[in-house]
Design a protein around this ligand. Structure first.
Ligand code: MG
Ligand code: MG
Length: 280
């Protein structure tokens, strides 16, 4: 018998991931309700921490070596891994928030993007909102593909196809290549990698037991990024804005269930004709 942990979990293990998923969703909801001009990203971090602690869970981001915060807050040209601090949000900012909770030894991981309203710059807001909407749509396209996929590569192909089909005429959005989704369970980051683009390898078989964090990272311009001097923040080289959406999803005996959405993903999946199934 292999000592390596299987990527396929038991029904009981998947059910143990429901509560950390819901706690993660609640933490992100608290942050979403606070985002406004004048708020610092540290205040957003504190709001997420309060929810996670109040529900008897732990921030799994704080278990990542060298990271001391509950969320990542990535603003404008920052795409992922932005560090919360004294940065003050301004009208027109596009901010991506990523967070996760560990509860009774199991993990959730989810992210969303929000565009701060700016009445003075409607075109900028519209451009950034479209980026966020297309990134979110690509996440749901990938999750919908998971519902019927035979192999994991179908998820990345669906994400890329959605982004290509919904990019502006001015030029295609870029999809980050160096950062990808992942399996999730006892650890926040597990095998397998979940690509947000087409790959030649079919990847693992999609069957009950798979638990994945699917997380497209999309930018208005070129996909090329660099890590800022803080050692964490991933920013676009061309300075164009980025968006990041993520959900943790379980494949179980009766179908799929989005662990980090209180409705299991029903609203997001409806346009794709997919109905999430609750655990039996
Ligand atoms: Mg995440
Ligand atoms: Mg993740």
């Amino acid at each position: 018998m292999s000592l390596r942990r299987s990527i396929y979990k038991t029904p009981a293990q998947l059910r143990a991931m429901v509560e950390p998923g819901l706690i993660t969703a609640a933490a992100l909801d608290a942050v979403r309700g606070l985002i406004a001009p004048g708020v610092t990203t540290a205040e957003l971090d504190a709001a997420a921490s309060d929810v996670i602690v109040a529900r008897g869970a732990k921030s799994n981001f704080q278990m990542v070596r060298g990271y001391r915060h509950t969320i990542c807050a990535s603003v404008n040209e920052e795409v992922v891994h932005g560090i919360p601090g004294d940065r003050v949000l301004e009208p027109g900012d596009i901010v991506s928030i990523d967070a996760g909770a560990e509860y009774k030894g199991w993990n959730g991981d989810s992210a969303f993007t929000f565009v701060v309203p700016d009445a003075a710059r409607p075109e900028l807001v519209a451009e950034r909102q479209r980026l966020s909407d297309v990134t979110e749509g690509s996440l749901w396209a990938g999750i919908a593909a998971l519902a019927t996929a035979k192999h994991l590569a179908e998820v990345g192909a669906a994400i890329q196809e959605y982004i290509e089909a919904n990019s502006p005429d001015a030029g295609p959005y870029g999809i980050l290549r160096e950062y990808v989704g992942h399996g999730i369970g006892r650890k926040m980051h597990e095998s397998p990698s979940v690509f947000n683009y087409r790959v030649p390898d079919l990847g693992p078989e999609v069957r009950p037991g798979l638990a994945l964090a699917i997380e497209p990272m999309v930018v208005i311009g070129d996909q090329a990024t660099f890590v800022e001097d803080d050692g964490w923040t991933v920013s676009t080289i061309d300075g164009t804005a980025g968006s990041h959406w993520e959900h943790s999803v379980a494949v179980h005996d009766d179908g799929i269930w989005v662990l980090t959405a209180p409705d299991g993903g029903a609203a997001g999946l409806a346009p794709f004709g997919v109905t999430p199934r609750e655990f039996a």
